[in-house]
Design a protein around this ligand. Sequence first.
Ligand code: TRP
Length: 354
Amino acid sequence: MEKRPRLLTGDTPTGRLHLGHWVGSLENRLALQDSYDCYFMIANVQAFTTRMDKPAEVHANVLEVALDYLAAGIDPQRSTVFIQSEISAIAELTIFFSMLVPFPRVMRNPTIKDEIRDKGLGDNYPFGFLLYPINQVADILAFRPEIVPVGEDQIPHIELAREVGRRFDQLYCGVDSHTEDLDYVKKGGLFPIVDVKLSHTKRLVGIGAPDAEGKLLKMSKSLNNAIFLNDDADAITRKVMAMYTDPKRLKATDPGTVESNPLWLFHEIFNPDKNWVTEAKERYKAGTIGDVECKKRLIEVLLHLIEPIRRRRAVYEKDPSYVLSMLRAGTEKAKEVASETLSLAKAAMKQHYF
Ligand code: TRP
C-alpha cells in the first residue's frame, strides 16, 4: 500500500461541497485512492484570507467538508484527511518559500486577480490574501507529492509550486538549472516538480442566468447558483425546475439553443445515457421536446448521483465523534510527513543547528 506515489489536494472550507466540487475534483479523487497515497487537506487557514471575521463559520465548515468527503466516498482506510492549521511545518515552509518569490510575481497570478474582482475585494484585501498562493505552495511541497489533482482555476498556484520547487532545489540542493523537471529529485533535489492533474470536466456552470457580458458563471455557493451534495430531492427538483435555459424560447415548441445552455451542459456532464442526450438535443433544437421534459430527466440523473451521497452523509452526521477521530488520525499522520519535509528543507538551507 505505502509504495503508492503520493498525491495531495485540498479544499477551502467555505461551506458545503456542491456539484462543481464533484466534477472538478471529488469524482477524480475517488478513482485515484487505490493507485495513490492520497492526502486531502481541509485548508482552514486559507479560509481565513477572506473570513477572518467569521471563525465560528470556518470551524463549522471544516466539519461540513469532512462530512462531505466521507459521504462522497473518500475512505480513511486508504486516504489521509487532515486540517491545515494543525500542521505547523506548513506555516514555517511558507515563510522560507516567500523569500523565493518576487513580489511582482505574486501580483501576476491570474487566479488572484480573478478573486479580487469576483469577490469584490477592491484594494482592501489583507496582506495574508496575497500570501496565500505561497502558503498553498507550502501545502503542496510539504508532502512532496507526485501529482496534485485540481480544477482549472488552481493551475496558476500549481505553476508557482513548480517554480518554487525548481528554485529551492537549484539554490539549496545544487540541482543544475538545465535539469528536466522529471529529474529534479534524481539529481538531488528535495522537492519534485509537481504535476497537475485536471479532471475531465474542468469547470461547471451554475444554475443561474449569465452575467452582464453574457457569460455563464461558475457554480459557487456565494453566487447562489449551486446544487449541493446534500440537497434533498425537493431541493434538487426545485433548483432544476428553476434552472436557466434558453430565454428566447417562449413555448416548448420553439426551436432552442443547446450551446451555453446549462440544461444541456448538465446533461452532457452528468447523464450517462449519451444516446438520449444526443437525440434529445436534436429535438430541442428542432422544437419537438420541451424544457420540462428535459429537466425532469436531469432531476432523475442528479438524484441518482446525489441520493446515495446524501444518505451516507446523514449517517455520519449522527456520529460526530467518528468524524473527529478520523480527522485526528489523519492530521497526526500528515504532521509526520510535513515535519520530515521541513527538517530536510532546513538541512538543505543549512539552518539545522542542534
Ligand atoms: N485553493 C484551493 C481551493 O480553493 C484549496 C487548496 C488549499 C488546495 N491548499 C491546496 C488545493 C493545496 C490543492 C493543493 O480550492
